[in-house]
Design a protein around this ligand. Structure first.
Ligand SMILES: Cc1cc2nc3c(=O)[nH]c(=O)nc-3n(C[C@H](O)[C@H](O)[C@H](O)COP(=O)(O)OP(=O)(O)OC[C@H]3O[C@@H](n4cnc5c(N)ncnc54)[C@H](O)[C@@H]3O)c2cc1C
Length: 383
């Protein structure tokens, strides 16, 4: 039976909703309802993501979020009982443009000041570390051995399973169709299964969060943007410790996936929207660029490919916390790296809802009001 009331309703069963449900329940909160429109949890951006986790960022707040979130992934099995396959293969950013070299020097200084020991590589070191790749034009690079890969679905299922054991009701096939607002207070959530009365709603609907917000009359500056990737058939030449390689200037990336390779590339001409079909013309562009960097790929076959949606904000940073509608809170807008910040973000949402403010990391500057008030996060934040 669909519940008539809930103390907290969380919309969205991706990493954000799952982590928020778990952390609220772990704080002793009762009567939590998690609603997911699909037949399974984690079928949105989370299940389609590359699973990359890293400390290397260009803003202080993102580094601080990683400093809390990645250790939570390290402790994940202890905390939830779920194995998540954390592989510390390191992220290697290869830099081929002088401007990028300058910017990454500042990023590495920022990271080191915050306690993240990213290594600086010369162009020759980049080439030496990547003998299977052609990086004749690499001017420099950065490498952090603590960065790596984690299985996204295991994280979602680990949090949801643990939340359910603490009493959270988590429903699939439950699509939110409307929000009830009385005066300026949220009072209920309408779904295809019935209506639930509540005074607290967490909008964790990822790329669809703007549609949910609109149901409460709230405008979110959030854009869904397609990104896609492909995996290859086995490549026995690939070493087990092959890093997550990013050819920064081309937004082209590679990492080991099973016995083969995963590669993806950002399409600078991608139009915004909810289309999640693979753009096969752009896939060829991706493949050509990938083969130019790694000629070995010429002999690999396509194993699988898929597309998903980034949830992008104007300053490429997330939005946490309240909206003009009382009781209606948001956690979204991670702009391409929300999976790795999912663990700490759920914890922060529990703090914002139960304590009135974020404590583990101060994310008060990442509020919705910043867009109207012109307090956007600047990309390079070195003091
Ligand atoms: C191709 C790709 C690669 C990526 N790679 C990385 C990476 O390497 N590392 C990283 O950290 N991040 C990566 N990301 C970003 C990351 O996937 C997202 O930032 C993160 O997963 C967002 O989680 P979420 O829970 O907010 O959204 P989602 O996982 O999309 O969850 C939202 C859920 O809400 C549900 N929902 C929507 N509308 C409704 C409704 N009306 N009623 C009920 N439920 C609803 C959806 O079905 C969905 O399950 C990548 C993203 C993509 C697309």
């Amino acid at each position: 039976m669909f519940p008539k009331t809930a103390d907290i309703v969380i919309i969205g069963g991706g990493v954000m909703g799952a982590s928020a449900a778990y952390h609220l329940a772990a704080r002793g909160q009762k009567n939590i309802l998690l609603l997911e429109k699909e037949e399974f949890f984690g079928q949105g951006a989370t299940g389609r993501c590359a699973g990359g986790v890293r400390y290397q960022f260009s803003t202080e707040i993102n580094v601080r979020l990683s400093l809390k979130s990645l250790p939570m992934l390290e402790r994940f099995k202890e905390e939830t009982g779920q194995e998540i396959g954390y592989r510390k293969c390191g992220y290697l950013f290869a830099l081929t443009k002088p401007d990028d070299v300058e910017n990454f020097r500042r990023n590495v200084e920022l990271q080191r000041r915050l306690g993240v020991q990213t290594e600086w590589l010369t162009g020759d070191e980049v080439r030496r570390r990547l003998p299977l790749m052609r990086f004749d034009d690499a001017l420099a690079g950065t490498f952090n051995p603590a960065d790596g890969l984690v299985d996204p679905n295991s994280v979602v299922m680990g949090y949801i399973g643990a939340a359910q054991r603490m009493g959270v009701r988590a429903l699939t096939g439950a699509a939110v169709t409307g929000l009830k607002v009385e005066g300026s207070q949220v009072t209920g959530v309408e779904t295809n299964q019935g209506t639930v009365a509540t005074r607290t709603v967490v909008n964790a609907a990822g790329p669809w969060a703007g549609l949910i917000a609109r149901m409460a009359g709230v405008a979110l500056p959030l854009t869904p943007l397609r990104r896609q990737m492909l995996t290859t058939t086995p490549l026995p030449e690939l070493p087990a410790d092959f890093p997550f390689v990013i050819d920064f200037a081309q937004s082209l990336y590679f990492h080991r996936e099973g016995q083969g390779l995963l590669t993806g590339m950002s399409n600078p001409n991608e139009k915004t929207g909810f289309d999640q079909n693979v753009d096969e013309a752009f896939e060829l562009v991706n493949l050509e660029a990938a083969i130019a960097r790694m000629p070995l790929l010429e002999k690999a076959g396509l194993a699988s490919h898929w597309a998903g949606l980034y949830e992008v904000t104007p300053d490429a940073h997330p939005i946490y916390g309240p909206t003009p509608v009382e009781g209606f809170t948001i956690v979204t807008g991670f702009s391409g790296h929300g999976f790795m910040h999912g663990p700490v973000s759920g914890k922060l949402m529990a703090e914002i809802i139960l304590d009135g403010k974020s404590r583990t990391v101060d994310v008060s500057m990442l509020d919705l009001a910043r867009f109207e008030e012109g307090r956007l996060i600047k990309e390079y934040n070195v003091v």
